[in-house]
Design a protein around this ligand. Structure first.
Ligand SMILES: Cc1cc2nc3c(=O)[nH]c(=O)nc-3n(C[C@H](O)[C@H](O)[C@H](O)COP(=O)(O)OP(=O)(O)OC[C@H]3O[C@@H](n4cnc5c(N)ncnc54)[C@H](O)[C@@H]3O)c2cc1C
Length: 307
């Protein structure tokens, strides 16, 4: 059976002013997997438009991503999107992964190039029998069958793009190649998102009409967010960094409770502004925990369990 497409799902009735979605990653061990399933069950009651499961670059989490995404499709009421990255794979392997998803009834795929495993900012080396860019993966998936395809976008520009025009040009190419929507990298300055939306609209209004879904991460640790931002080649805006560092304090260990409170405030403020700006969905990077995201949703009046 073919899954509902994400674009269709975003138009279906939902609680609150806008639908939301949640990103998970494949757990490393049994204990982490138990926690993931507890988180999944909490979100299930909140009726997200979709959930997505990341894929370790180069296939490092291939079996777990495939297995857990399959379980999400079979054993929950959630609509899962499987991430798939081209890096380190031959075209044959990518075909086989896509076939593995289709066999489990998963037809929503987020098509990505991926970063070099080990060092995301390291040199990109194409697999000799593989693909160079996500756009080629979009085309491959389209040739293979009935997939509903999404792609990644970058409010601050992708770290390998020489400038924002280049970045916009190739995002538009991925959309023209058949991607139906894009999800952005997490960001902390709404202006960057709005300018990306303007650039895509100006470059090609038809592609600009496709859902551009903002990625939001409620910050719960300053040290972790600094590391994540660094690995993705972006920066924390100065005012955000200041609010978080003030909350963290000067001690050797950051004041986690204060940082968390500021992180929830920041995510709520950003999400509200994005709702006011008419975004089609809010995509939360949950880090496999439900609490921070549900608090933000509750403050936005979008937590159907709390209500
Ligand atoms: C929402 C989201 C989810 C993600 N999930 C995962 C995940 O599950 N696993 C994982 O490993 N990584 C994931 N990533 C990270 C992503 O794989 C990396 O950021 C990667 O570096 C870029 O992937 P892409 O699909 O945007 O690449 P591409 O669209 O191929 O772009 C890569 C670079 O090449 C440029 N470019 C594109 N096409 C061309 C062309 N034809 N000619 C010249 N230049 C071109 C682009 O401007 C960009 O600089 C995710 C990112 C996002 C935003």
């Amino acid at each position: 059976m073919t899954q509902s497409s994400i674009v269709k799902r975003l138009t279906e009735p939902h609680a609150g002013p806008v639908p939301f979605s949640v990103e998970f990653f494949p757990p490393r061990d049994e204990q982490a997997e138990e926690r993931l399933w507890r988180t999944v069950r909490i979100f299930e009651r909140m009726n997200p438009a979709f959930v997505s499961m990341t894929y370790g670059a180069g296939g490092t989490t291939r079996d777990r991503t495939l297995r857990i995404t399959g379980q999400l499709a079979r054993e929950t009421t959630l609509l899962p999107v499987a991430h798939l990255t081209a890096v380190g794979h031959s075209i044959e392997e990518l075909r086989s992964m896509a076939g593995g998803y289709a066999d489990q009834g998963i037809t929503n795929i987020l098509a990505l190039r991926g970063d070099p495993p080990g060092d995301p900012l390291g040199d990109w080396v194409k697999h000799p029998e593989g693909l160079e860019y996500a756009e080629q993966l979009v085309r491959l998936l389209q040739d293979l069958g009935d997939f509903n395809i999404g792609v990644a976008s970058f409010p601050e520009g992708h770290h390998r793009a020489p400038d924002l025009d280049h970045d916009t040009k190739y995002l538009v190419s991925k959309l023209r190649a058949g991607a139906q929507y894009s999800i952005t990298q997490m960001f902390f300055d709404v202006e960057h998102f709005l300018r990306l939306r303007d650039r895509v609209n100006a470059a090609d209004p038809e592609q600009g009409a496709k859902p551009l879904i903002p990625g939001i991460m409620p910050i719960t640790s300053l040290a972790s967010v600094r590391r994540m931002v660094e690995l993705s080649g972006s920066v924390l805006p100065a005012d955000v960094e200041k609010r978080l560092s003030d909350a963290a304090g000067d001690g050797p260990d950051e004041n986690r409770e204060s940082v968390r409170a500021v992180g929830i405030d920041l995510a709520t403020e950003m999400a509200q502004r994005l709702i006011d700006e008419g975004v089609p969905c809010l995509h939360f990077c949950s880090l496999n925990f439900a609490k921070a995201t549900s608090e933000v949703l509750e403050r936005l009046g979008m937590n159907s369990i709390a209500a």
